[in-house]
Design a protein around this ligand. Structure first.
Ligand code: BGC
Length: 466
């Protein structure tokens, strides 16, 4: 079997990912408006230990240092998101030049360091003024998002070649509108179903706005988990199908097939309203790639008391789990990438997030942070990506989640996903063993490509060989 490094194509993107509210800090600086996440985090009881994104990783002020860190690791891509409320403090209309300026400086610095920016337009933080108008429950939200998209694209498409509409629309509706664990903190199946439809209308209008103003690539990022039935009992198999429809197909089927999974009627019950044909058509815009966020898989079994998928996960066997309780299951990443290709066709795919929270020992001495479990996690999941490539899947990049320990949403700072340790009191960054391991893996990939080129004719300049 070829080694993993040489399996990846020469132009593969090796990156790390973050999102605005999780790392930036200074949420109200330079004329920014309040976001729904700022408000949520400042509402007592919403985020563990009362943690907020007020400082987070202080990336807003330490951005040059963070780009230098990426460069030192040999990354050639960085996936980040834009805080909408920095650019359009009122959600629409007036542009805040200082807010937009931050992202211009970030992009320029990345490019100067040889790092390709991958820009996500929405990673969950919505201007609070739009939240006050219903947020994703308001049919106008699709137009607000298209305006924001056009604003960003007009300013940055000359330098940014990879754009994403949404990060994980499923989490926005499941956490934000069904279970209330994420902003805006609502708990209504009716609202979750409405928000899902408006998010996909917004995705469609944003892709159209992109085509009208931009010339490169735009895609959608979803989080997927293989769903495995706990047994062959018909009730468990049906639970598995519902869980898959709810999490894995709820957004991809409209975006790529122009239809909603029929199982959603059963999942949502009376809260579900079939989408008008016009909305299905709008959601299905040609996109250039899919981003896949992969963390784990889920074993499902029928549970008449659980809503909405009437299925609950339970580990099938002894297995290792991360600090967030997610089973470490690397082969699920191969399965997921193959499943996407088999169901939706040969669309280019990027692994836009993959990583794990583990307990890391505190930084002690010059030796840094030893995180062997995270090293194993990265190694086994990169091998899983290589296996998908061997099976013919067009995977073009891998972004570790995350570049930095950061604000893990409602878990606050209690869960560390970073390949770089952040001391949240001082802001000091220390690359963990996993960062060094990843840097070495990337270097070996480049060396293996160089060696292959050295053996082949492509290394010889045209016209110079005998
Ligand atoms: C999100 C990240 C989050 C990560 C770990 C993904 O769902 O896109 O923002 O930190 O998972 O939970």
């Amino acid at each position: 079997m070829p080694n993993a490094q040489s399996t990846f194509p020469p132009d593969f993107l090796w990156g790390a990912a973050t999102s605005a509210y999780q790392v930036e800090g200074s949420p109200l600086a330079d004329g920014a408006g309040v976001s729904n996440w700022h408000r949520f985090a400042h509402t007592p009881g919403r985020v563990r230990d009362g943690d907020t994104g007020d400082m987070a990783c202080d990336h807003y002020r330490r951005m040059p240092e963070d780009v230098a860190l990426m460069q030192s690791l040999g990354l050639n891509a960085y996936r980040f998101s834009v805080a909408w409320s920095r650019v359009l403090p009122e959600g629409k209309g007036r542009i805040n030049a200082a807010g937009l300026g931050f992202y211009e400086r970030l992009v320029d610095r990345l490019l100067a360091a040889g790092i390709q920016p991958m820009l996500t337009l929405h990673h969950w933080d919505l201007p609070a003024v739009l939240d006050d108008r219903g947020g994703w429950l308001n049919p106008d939200s699709a137009h607000w998002f298209a305006e924001f998209t056009a604003t960003m694209v007009r300013r940055l498409d000359d330098r940014v070649k990879l754009w994403t509409t949404f990060n994980e629309p499923w989490v926005i509706t499941d956490g934000g509108f069904l279970h209330g664990t994420l902003a805006p903190g609502h708990r209504s199946a009716f609202e979750a179903a409405i928000a899902a439809r408006h998010l996909m209308r917004a995705h469609g209008l944003a892709v159209q706005a992109y085509r009208a103003n931009g010339a490169h690539q735009i895609g959608l990022v979803v989080n997927l988990e293989p769903k495995v039935a706990a047994s062959d009992a018909p009730a468990d198999l049906a639970a598995r199908a519902r869980a898959e429809a709810y999490m894995n197909r709820q957004y991809l089927d409209p975006a790529l097939l122009g239809q909603c999974p029929p199982e959603l009627r059963e999942v949502f019950g009376e809260a579900w309203v079939d989408w008008p044909e016009a909305d299905l058509a709008l959601a299905r815009q040609p996109i250039d790639y899919l981003g896949i966020n992969y963390y784990t898989h889920q074993v499902t079994q029928h549970d008449a008391t659980a809503w909405p998928v009437r299925a609950s996960g339970r580990p099938q066997r002894q297995s290792s789990h991360t600090e967030t309780g997610w089973e470490v299951f690397p082969q699920g990443l191969t399965e997921t990438l193959c499943w996407v290709r088999d169901r939706y066709g040969d669309i280019p795919q990027y692994v836009t997030e993959n990583g794990a929270a583990f307990y890391d020992p505190p930084v002690a001495g010059p030796d840094g942070v030893h995180d062997p479990l995270r090293v194993d996690y990265l190694r086994s999941h990169l091998e899983a990506v290589a296996e998908a490539i061997r099976r013919g899947v067009d995977v073009r990049g891998y972004m570790a989640w995350s570049l930095l320990d950061n604000l893990e949403w409602a878990h606050g700072f209690s869960k560390r996903f970073g390949i770089t340790h952040v001391d949240f009191a001082t802001g000091h960054r220390t690359p963990k063993d996993s960062a060094r391991w990843y840097a070495e893996f990337i270097a070996q990939h480049r060396a293996s490509q160089g060696a292959q080129r050295g053996c082949g004719s492509s290394a010889t300049p045209r016209g110079t060989s005998g």
